[in-house]
Design a binder for this molecule. Structure first.
Ligand SMILES: Nc1ncnc2c1ncn2[C@@H]1O[C@H](COP(=O)(O)OP(=O)(O)O)[C@@H](O)[C@H]1O
Ligand SMILES: [Mg+2]
Length: 256
């Protein structure tokens, strides 16, 4: 579904990602790990079109008949063809309600367009109703419906993370990128998050690419894992293979 071919990202003299190649197959949960500053978020920024790779290319195939080279597409266009993400630092509209946060995620799928939305034309109103129903469905599925009228900032941390994922799901992604979803979570929330990731994968027919620091999450939910260190690929394999790979252990212990 996603093919990352030999991508390099340079920021001035800094090589954030160096000739990285990876693939994510349909229905997989693939992990991307590595020490701080390894280039993980930069990979996500290239997949979502925030940055264009200095070299290499990325191809997204949402279905067998359909293939898109991401290098010429804007972040919006990439979202429309089915790639959505969450951020390392939670990004929510803090002062809007839980419902409104998910509602906004739906806008990407609006057919009537911005003008009908601004002028509240009849087809918009019908779509708006559908959007409301869809948002309600998502909140119920993600166990956030009881909090629908609360302001996003008032939710406990674990629920804010879930809300951010709910908003991402409102765009109907095929490939979901999660950037350190367990960051800042306590062990209980982390445990719940793991079950949550498995559940939404099944429920929404998702393929997932996941950056994570909590090893229990990575080892517990991923089918395969890629390891980056200083921008370069140092290993890939099953959780078991990665756990026992001396290069990976070295990278994490910072031994040169
Ligand atoms: N926009 C940018 N401008 C300059 N340097 C950047 C930029 N984004 C990331 N970097 C650098 O690229 C490297 C990798 O960063 P990042 O991808 O955020 O790492 P990770 O997510 O693995 O912690 C770091 O050295 C970081 O400072
Ligand atoms: Mg990061």
């Amino acid at each position: 579904m996603l093919k990352i071919n030999n991508i390099t990202m340079r920021f001035g003299g800094v090589v954030a990602v160096n000739a990285f190649t990876a693939e994510v197959k349909k229905d997989e949960i693939v992990g991307l790990i590595g020490p701080n500053g390894a280039g993980k978020t930069t990979v996500f920024n290239m997949v979502t079109g925030v940055y264009k790779p200095t070299e290499g290319n990325i191809v997204f195939s949402p279905s067998e008949e359909n293939s898109h080279s991401l290098s010429t597409l804007s972040p919006d266009e990439i979202a429309k063809i089915g790639i959505c993400r969450t951020f390392q630092n939670i990004r929510l509209f803090k002062h809007l309600s839980v419902m409104d946060n998910v509602f906004i995620g739906n806008h990407l799928r609006l057919k009537s367009g911005l003008l009908s939305s601004v002028f509240r034309l009849p087809n918009y109103t019908k779509e708006e109703k559908e959007m409301y129903d869809k948002s309600k469905y998502l909140l119920e599925k993600l166990d956030l419906y009881e909090e629908k009228d609360e302001k996003a900032f008032s939710l406990p941390y674990g629920k804010q993370r879930r809300l951010e994922i709910a908003r991402a799901l409102a765009t109907e992604p095929k490939l979901l990128l999660l950037d350190e979803p367990a960051a800042g979570m306590n062990p209980q929330e982390t445990q719940e998050l793991m079950e949550f990731i498995r559940k939404i994968k099944e429920e929404f027919n998702l393929t997932i690419f996941l950056i994570e620091h909590h090893m229990e999450v990575v080892m517990g939910v991923c089918d395969r894992i890629y390891v980056l260190d200083h921008g370069a690929h140092i290993a890939d394999g099953s959780p078991n293979e990665i756990q026992n790979n001396p290069k990976v252990i070295e990278a994490y212990l910072g031994v040169d």
